[in-house]
Design a protein around this ligand. Structure first.
Ligand SMILES: O=C(O)CCC(=O)C(=O)O
Length: 255
């Protein structure tokens, strides 16, 4: 399935996009399992941040032809990987630290980026309503950045515990984005989205990767000054040099 720029900007997201074949899914799940065994489930939930500069298999995912192919109509040919993270929700009953969910938010609230940020959510496991797939508010990317407050309910996985109060948007419009392992969704950095707790007996692991065009710019956000130290030019040329290219020496397959 190809993503049309017009449809993407109309809704603020696109979902159900095939990326990995069966063998690639099996390989990635095996590789992720090694992480899990090394660092433990507690840390595998949200601590695997920007490991794309250390592990070739992770950067291979982030530069997969089907991922970049879907991004090019939206961002153009010159693309920087801004940030990446595995987000893994284990069945609530397996974990001692209670139910984990992701509160309603917009990705760019604390990022300080001028220009569009596009997020990829690549399913490592099947993700559905029962195990807490992503839920989006279609069209909500057109209303600018909304106020965020501290989340009222414990268990929010977001770093700043941020949450958009529900009176600021229409929760009745929410749409779940179920995905089969190996599929992805894309969402705009201004899209309101979140996810519920994992109420199944199955793991729900996703790899979230943020991309910008090389013409985007970092700006200082006084609320949370942030450095982008793991940016990698994943396609094309970095003529503007607004982001440094921290490509590891073994990244030899860029086009
Ligand atoms: O993995 C989730 O449940 C939420 C992901 C998310 O908020 C994001 O990709 O921006």
């Amino acid at each position: 399935m190809s993503v049309s720029r017009k449809d993407f900007y109309a809704k603020g997201y696109a979902t159900g996009i095939d990326v990995l074949n069966q063998k690639e899914v099996a390989d990635v799940r095996r590789d992720f399992q090694k992480f899990e065994q090394e660092i433990g489930k507690e840390n595998a939930q949200y601590s695997l941040h920007n490991v794309h500069t250390q592990h070739p298999w992770v950067l291979k995912l982030a530069t997969h032809t089907n991922v970049l192919g879907a991004l090019k109509p939206i961002l153009g040919d010159d693309i920087v990987l801004l940030d990446s993270r595995f987000i893994c929700k284990y069945p609530c009953q397996e974990m001692d630290d209670g139910e984990k969910y992701v509160a309603w938010h917009q990705d760019v609230r604390y990022w300080g980026i001028e220009g569009d940020v596009i997020s990829v959510w690549l399913a490592i496991d099947d993700a559905d309503v029962e195990n807490g797939c992503m839920v989006v508010i279609p069209g909500s990317h057109t209303n600018g950045i909304l106020n965020h407050q501290s989340a009222k309910t414990d268990g929010n996985m977001l770093t700043s515990n941020q949450e958009i109060p529900s009176h600021l948007f229409d929760t009745s419009k929410s749409v779940p984005c179920p995905l089969k392992a190996g599929q992805m969704s894309l969402h705009h950095g201004h899209l309101v989205h979140g996810s519920e707790a994992n109420n199944s007996s199955r793991r729900r692991c996703g790899f979230v990767i943020r991309y910008v065009s090389t013409s985007a710019k970092p700006i200082i956000d006084p609320d949370r000054p942030r450095k982008f130290e793991s940016t990698v030019l994943v396609n094309g040329k970095n003529n503007q040099k607004n982001f440094s290219d921290n490509s590891p020496s073994w990244f030899t397959w860029r086009h």
